[in-house]
Design a protein around this ligand. Structure first.
Ligand code: AMP
Length: 290
């Protein structure tokens, strides 16, 4: 495994791979690698000749009051995981390499999709994501890139961007990987205290509860949401918490009809939740057909 720190070297390697007709699978990450990242890497390895993992905590996707500074960066541990997974190249640039003089003038925005759910509460977040992913795509030159459904809005934004800007890259979704207790794996789970971690399965439980309510077809979407929020509040009552949003869209992030009986059979729905447990902001979602 080779660790690449410069854009120029990564591009040269990508060019060489392409010249040899080797396919490049790419897994972009911010590091603090866990079980879910490993699943993405395994999938990339199984479908490509060469696998590149990037580890870069992207400053431009964090708001001024967010956790950019304290985001975990266990780089030696991450490299060991990549080595174990037989990753071919880890692209691990400095902030200076990616943003010389701390400044770029060009940004990528996927309108509409960036304004709902997390985008509403994290202004500029998805602009930062779309911009860095564009840069990484131009640096790693992958044939396929792997994104988790845990960050479903991010996945849809990247798919839209690739379509709109004609990137010749196949985006491969990977389903959400969970801890044994149901909590979606996340680097931010490291922030949770023991007590907070113990109560965190409530998030996934509330999504399943909401899905059940919808499938009963007895309540409106609004009422399912309200009941599910109460259910979640109740399960989290022994820890400091705040539900930021609890929302339902279709699989393409279009709003859905409030009257459940009017939603056409076979429609794919997604329930999304964002919640602060203590000071840690966690997100999760599930998809199902009605
Ligand atoms: P991150 O390092 O958090 O930026 O995540 C890197 C990639 O891993 C993104 O495509 C995420 O969606 C994906 N990912 C993170 N956590 C999970 C999870 N629990 N299940 C599936 N994919 C995930």
């Amino acid at each position: 495994m080779k660790v690449i720190k410069t854009i120029r070297e990564m591009q040269k390697i990508a060019d060489l791979c392409r010249k040899k007709n080797l396919t490049i699978g790419f897994v972009p990450t911010m590091g603090a690698l866990h079980k879910a990242h490993i699943e993405l890497i395994k999938k990339a390895k199984s479908e490509n000749d060469v696998t590149v993992v990037s580890i870069f905590v992207n400053p431009i996707q964090f708001g001024p009051k967010e956790d950019y500074k304290k985001y975990p960066r266990p780089i030696q541990q991450d490299l060991e995981i990549c080595r174990q997974q037989k990753v071919n190249f880890v692209f691990h640039p400095s902030v200076k390499e990616m943003y010389p003089n701390n400044k770029i003038l060009t940004f990528v925005e996927v309108t509409k999709l960036q304004d709902i759910l997390c985008g509403k509460y994290r202004p500029g977040h998805f602009r930062g994501v779309a911009t860095v992913v564009t840069k990484l795509f131009n640096i790693v030159k992958p044939h396929k890139a792997y994104f988790g459904e845990k960050d479903y809005q991010q996945l849809k934004i990247i798919q839209q961007m690739v379509k709109d800007l004609n990137f010749d890259i196949k985006i491969i979704p990977v389903e959400t990987i969970r801890e044994n207790n149901g909590l979606a794996c996340s680097s931010r789970n490291l922030y949770l205290s023991e007590k907070e971690y113990a109560s965190s399965p409530a998030i996934y439980k509330s999504l399943l509860y909401c899905k059940d309510l919808i499938l009963q077809k007895k309540f409106s979407i609004k009422s399912c949401i309200n009941k599910s929020k109460k259910f979640l509040d109740n399960l989290l009552s022994n820890v400091n918490h705040k539900i930021q949003y609890f929302e339902i869209y279709d699989e393409n992030l279009n709003p859905v009809e409030n009257n459940v009986k009017k939603i056409p059979a076979g429609t794919k729905l997604r329930i999304f939740v964002a919640v602060y447990i203590g000071t840690t902001r966690l997100i999760d979602n599930i998809g199902f057909s009605i």
